[in-house]
Design a protein around this ligand. Structure first.
Ligand SMILES: *[C@@H]1O[C@H](CO)[C@@H](O)[C@H](O)[C@H]1NC(C)=O
Length: 460
């Protein structure tokens, strides 16, 4: 727990926050909200529910009467879980409602995917910087293609609350139910076999408790909006590292904590009705014949330990990677692996899961898989030169095992920096097949985005 001195210090800062203006799509009020209560010009603070007012573009339909309550402070978020019904009223929060029961169907069926306002803004700004009008308009169209929101730090969780509130409001106003796509990505000692995606928590410094608090905060947001469906990818690379990288000391040390944290995420997100896909690496990692059985054993064990919840739908593959779902011919770098693309990998892995009693289904990232045969080695993963946007998200996948083709990685956000002096430098990002100079992981990489647009396959 943080000291009371910390909270006291925070409270003294509050007037400074209140004085600022929230950005477009930012939160500008609500019970417990202590941030800015006015919006930048061109947007209007609009009450979406008692917990959220948001700066929406244009002028108001309803002007806000901002509800500010500083009383419960920072800890109010996690205190919603298991809260009594005393707060429910006709205008009260919906968080006390139980989530809908699990559906055996494809989670996307009957829902429209909510577009991340953050990514849409990144893309709109990027398109404005492109002088060629044809390329610029193609670039702008990417804002309409759904990606996932990466909750890669605790600081991003309020954005999730904002998106859920917007999605709920949109669902009510249009009559089309909304689905929000997120990535759970904040394990302590994250990215144990590489450096570019080091996280904010360390196992040595209270990492597991911090992670549980991170999940609790996400759960508290989601349970306020049972009308919005949430689909989550769980912890990219984590379990795959436990299959093949226990020779790396940091991964060996992390094993017990990773398993405990993933179990905490699965069991608690299931309670609020989140449909989940655990990350399963890709064909060039766990798809090697020697890795398939150990991978299947680990995934089914994790699923069993999490109570075999029907909300744990299956596995996500090729997240932020560049493999084809179905390659026209094997890329020469895949030589020796009969599972040379994602469909071969999935067709090999799914029956092993079924043998263990799990009818798992898959989602596959194709966001940057439009161009093939561009890597020097299969293990290269950083800002691959010449990559293009790939197959658009669709539930029309051609495979009984695949629920949806998705874009998990928001294309244009960097995989890792090529600056060798940066603390998060990974030498993979300076290989000859990596686009350079590249900024820090997660930040916008304009030149790379422009290549993704011009090389898109199918074309934009
Ligand atoms: C590279 O990283 C170092 C250390 O963070 C920084 O001082 C330097 O400005 C960076 N160089 C470039 C070109 O961004």
């Amino acid at each position: 727990m943080k000291s009371t001195a910390f909270f006291a210090a925070l409270v003294t800062l509050l007037p400074a926050y209140v004085a600022g203006q929230a950005s477009e799509w930012g939160q500008c009020g609500g019970i417990g909200w202590t941030g800015p209560t006015t919006c930048v010009s061109g947007t209007t603070c609009t009450v979406l529910n008692p917990y959220y007012s948001q700066c929406l573009p244009g002028s108001a339909v309803t002007t806000t009467s901002v509800i500010t309550s500083h009383s419960s402070s920072v800890s109010s978020v996690s205190s919603h879980s298991g809260s009594s019904t005393s707060t429910s009223s006709p205008t009260g929060p919906t968080g006390t409602n139980p989530p809908p029961p699990p559906s055996a169907n494809n989670p996307w069926t009957g829902f429209q995917i909510f577009l991340s306002p953050y990514y849409a803004n990144e893309v709109a700004a990027a398109a404005k910087q492109i002088t060629d009008p044809t390329l610029s308009s193609k670039a702008a169209s990417v804002a309409n293609i759904p990606t996932f929101t990466w909750l890669d730090s605790v600081a991003k969780i309020p954005d999730l609350g904002t998106y859920l509130a917007s999605a709920s409001a949109l669902g009510k106003s249009t009559g089309t139910k909304q689905l929000v796509q997120i990535v759970i990505y904040d394990l302590p000692d994250r990215d144990c076999a590489a450096k570019a995606s080091n996280g904010e928590f360390s196992i040595a410094n209270n990492g597991q408790a911090n992670y549980e608090n991170y999940i609790d905060q996400i759960v508290a947001q989601i349970q306020q909006f049972p009308d919005v469906r949430v689909v989550a990818v769980i912890e990219p690379d984590s379990l795959a590292n436990l299959v093949t990288n226990l020779n790396v000391q940091k991964c060996a040390n992390a094993k017990t904590t990773y398993l405990a944290c993933v179990n905490y995420a699965l069991t608690n997100l299931a309670k609020v009705g989140v449909y989940m896909y655990m990350d399963a690496g890709h064909a060039g990692w766990l798809g090697w014949p020697a890795n398939l059985s150990p991978a299947a054993q680990l995934f089914t064990q994790v699923w069993q330990n999490a109570g075999k919840s029907p909300f744990i739908k299956g596995l996500a593959t090729n997240v932020a990677n560049y493999n084809a779902l179905q390659a026209a011919s094997p890329d020469p770098i895949t030589q020796g692996n009969p599972n040379y693309d994602e469909i071969h990998y999935i067709n090999a892995l799914a029956p092993l899961l079924q043998q263990a009693g799990w009818d798992a289904t898959f989602i596959v990232d194709q966001g940057r898989s439009g161009v093939q045969n561009i890597r020097q080695q299969w293990g290269d993963w950083c800002n691959i030169k010449g990559a293009g946007f790939g197959t658009r998200p669709t539930t029309n996948t051609g495979s009984q095992f695949i629920d949806s083709i998705v874009w998990v990685k928001p294309g244009g956000e960097c995989d890792g920096t090529s600056n060798s002096s940066s603390p998060r430098y990974d030498s993979t990002c300076s290989l000859p097949d990596a686009a350079q100079p590249a900024p820090e992981a997660g930040t916008w990489f304009q030149a790379y985005f422009q290549t993704l647009v011009s090389a898109a396959n199918p074309p934009l």
